[in-house]
Design a protein around this ligand. Structure first.
Ligand code: ZN
Ligand code: ZN
Length: 267
């Protein structure tokens, strides 16, 4: 006799539903049938019904070896982590930055659908992958507070949401599925604000981006960050200028240390 937890609806029903209503790939728009769950595979568990098997196979997860500071993946697949040339040359305001994906191929399509295509439900699987990356590279007990990179009020009103906050706020629920026992750190979206609307960063080089973003951020409640170890959360890191401006602002506001976790990074 079979024992154990009965799941409802039974798996066969969801397989029939998958067969009757196949999915459309968020990236290439092809119709596909999500693969049957086999061995545990986190990427497929999270994105198997969003990306067709071909696009899923083309997503690039970032694995070591990488820069110990900024998380830049190195071309070779063997060898130890070490500092990259950029981090040696000029240092960083953050202690450590890590990313789930390389920002290329189908991940660009996913992020685009999430931010501009109204597919806000993607926050759940993407947030889950971010939390797994957090647990992989940090001891969550050594983080006091997680904050999203803020958008300026006018931009958030136009978009109707802050994508970094959508990702971050899933963690409270996702935590039940990880080996964390409860959320060991606070999350807060109001301690750091974007006080100045800046022009679009796309198309600018690093120097222009830094100038564009200078003094764009402000800590509203220094009391909440004083002496705290903060994790800054963002969706995409391109040159790192935005994340670095936020880190400098948090450090000037009294934070003890700032780390960065993003969904995808260039490089
Ligand atoms: Zn596809
Ligand atoms: Zn580096």
């Amino acid at each position: 006799m079979r024992t154990g937890r009965v799941t409802w609806p039974p798996k066969i029903f969801s397989r029939i539903i998958d067969w009757l209503y196949p999915a459309r790939c968020t990236n290439c728009k092809e119709i596909f049938r999500p693969p049957a769950p086999r061995e545990h595979n986190l990427l497929r568990d999270c994105l198997g019904s969003w990306l067709c098997p071909r696009c899923l196979a083309k997503t690039v997860l970032i694995d070591p070896p990488m820069c110990t500071c900024c998380g830049l993946p190195f071309g070779s697949t063997v060898g130890p982590d070490h500092l990259c040339g950029d981090c040696i040359a000029r240092g960083r305001p953050f202690a450590k930055a890590r990313s789930v994906f390389s920002y290329q191929g189908p991940v660009r399509g996913l992020v685009h659908s999430f931010k501009y295509g109204g597919r806000v439900e993607l926050a759940w699987p993407l947030g889950k992958l971010m939390l797994q990356t957090l647990v992989r590279y940090w001891d969550p007990g050594r983080i006091d507070l997680a904050v999203p990179v803020p958008l300026h009020k006018s931009k958030e009103r136009r978009r109707t949401f802050n994508q970094s906050w959508l990702l971050l706020r899933t963690w409270k629920k996702v935590v039940a599925e990880t080996d964390l026992r409860g959320m060991p750190f606070a999350i807060d979206r109001r301690v750091l604000v974007r006080c100045r609307a800046t022009g679009p960063q796309a198309g600018l080089n690093r120097r222009q981006r830094l100038k564009n973003i200078e003094r764009a951020f402000e800590v509203t409640r220094p009391g909440l960050i004083k002496g705290k170890r903060i994790l800054l959360v963002d969706d995409v890191m391109t040159t790192g200028a935005t994340a670095e401006a936020c880190c400098r602002c948090l450090l000037q506001g009294g934070a003890a240390r700032v780390d960065v976790l993003v969904l995808a990074r260039r490089g």
